[in-house]
Design a binder for this molecule. Structure first.
Ligand SMILES: Cc1cc2nc3c(=O)[nH]c(=O)nc-3n(C[C@H](O)[C@H](O)[C@H](O)COP(=O)(O)O)c2cc1C
Length: 362
């Protein structure tokens, strides 16, 4: 299991999608044409992305919605089974499962990922969520520890256990703080460790990401801040003897003219489900440190159209320019979201991808 996973050796700026498994995707909208996160749409999208050479799909693991008029993210496909079905239906694309450590036993997760690695020829990745959303934990009957030390302490032991199951070819006993087992082993095991994502914002979470993840996933609210943040994270990684890259997420509104793109963004904003937006912002700010708390007003609008993602709004040239600016800030890649992913991706594919190739980013 020693060799490096092929996903980690791509030279190009990585592009993926985010949250296509969730009702509404990343747009907290009341528009009737908002994204319907059913299997047919995900399969259609997965095939389009795979054929276009997009690198990955990343889901959000959610167990209850954000309320409001639309109950944003009320309907969500479970991510391990979603990844399994997509991997079986595609050829090249990497598909991540997003897993809440507390809600999923490490012996089970180790085997699920190993199984998907075999199914897909090593195209599966794992996004680890340590926990943050208190009402969601209540819906699972779990207690979310108030302090980040306990949340990430648990996640650390959980992932250490998984890594050992992926590494050891003999049965072993696990005697930890949170797990005590006898005769555990993982068979099959992945041929190489799958790519790991973590979206921590707190200092404790960042330390976890630096020590365990290949990619920290973080919002790009202000690119000058991002440059500093990325340099610090890379340096922290180097200190820990690891290469850590940073991914972000972007919301795309791409049209032939800037006026059309701006009008479409305004249309999405005008029909935002503000009740759900405010619940989303309130929960993020109450329980997690992902978004900078001093940028609340800006973040509220960005939450409505893109769940806090970086706005890529404009002509294909402007969208390509925006992606180039993320690349220049030091991001290793970005996810993309659209109001209707499958409807809008082909225009992005045909107009923006060639411009990124011309710029040498892809
Ligand atoms: C880009 C991004 C992706 C995330 N994906 C998920 C997810 O799939 N499921 C989930 O429950 N939380 C998700 N979160 C929420 C983070 O896990 C949560 O904000 C994180 O725990 C905050 O970091 P902290 O615990 O260090 O404060 C995501 C957050 C961001 C910024």
């Amino acid at each position: 299991m020693a060799q490096q996973h092929s996903f980690l050796t791509h030279q190009r700026f990585l592009l993926g999608t985010f949250a296509s498994n969730c009702a509404g995707g990343m747009t907290v909208s009341k528009l009737p044409e908002r994204w319907v996160a059913n299997w047919q749409n995900n399969l259609r999208l997965g095939k389009l992305l795979d054929e276009a050479g997009i690198d990955f799909m990343l889901p959000i693991a959610r167990w209850i919605g954000y309320g409001g008029e639309t109950d944003f993210h009320g309907s969500v496909l479970e991510t391990m089974t979603w990844a399994a079905a997509l991997l079986a239906s595609t050829q090249r694309i990497t598909v991540f499962a997003t897993i809440h450590a507390t809600a999923n036993h490490p012996v089970v997760v180790a085997k699920q990922i190993a199984t998907l690695s075999q199914v897909s020829g090593e195209r599966v990745g794992l996004n680890i969520v340590a926990g943050w959303n208190k009402p969601e934990y209540e819906a699972l009957g779990l207690t979310l520890p108030d302090d980040h030390e306990t949340r990430y302490g648990y996640a650390q032991e959980w992932f250490d256990f998984i890594r050992k199951l992926w590494r050891e070819d003999k049965a072993f006993d696990w005697n930890g703080r949170y797990f005590t087992t006898k005769g555990s082993y993982g068979d099959p095991r992945p041929a190489s460790p799958p790519p790991i994502i973590n979206a921590a914002g707190s200092p404790q979470g960042r330390e976890f990401a630096v020590n365990n993840a290949n990619f920290l996933f973080t919002p790009a609210i202000d690119l000058e801040r991002s440059k500093v943040e990325i340099a610090e994270l890379r340096a922290q990684g180097k200190n820990a003897g690891r290469d850590v890259d940073v991914l972000t997420f972007s919301h795309v509104v791409c049209r032939p003219t800037e006026a059309e793109a701006r009008a479409e963004l305004k249309r999405q904003l005008d029909s935002a489900d503000w009740g759900a937006v405010d619940n989303l912002v309130r929960l993020q700010f109450a329980h997690a440190h992902s978004f900078p708390h001093d940028l609340l007003a800006l973040i509220r609008e960005r939450m409505a159209t893109g769940h806090g993602g970086f706005p890529l709004v404009g002509t294909p040239e402007q969208v390509a320019e925006g992606i180039a600016s993320l690349h220049a800030a030091g991001f290793r890649g970005t996810t993309l979201s659209f109001l209707d992913y499958a409807q809008e991706f082909p225009y992005f594919r045909d107009t923006v991808l060639p411009l990124l190739a011309q710029r040498g980013i892809r």
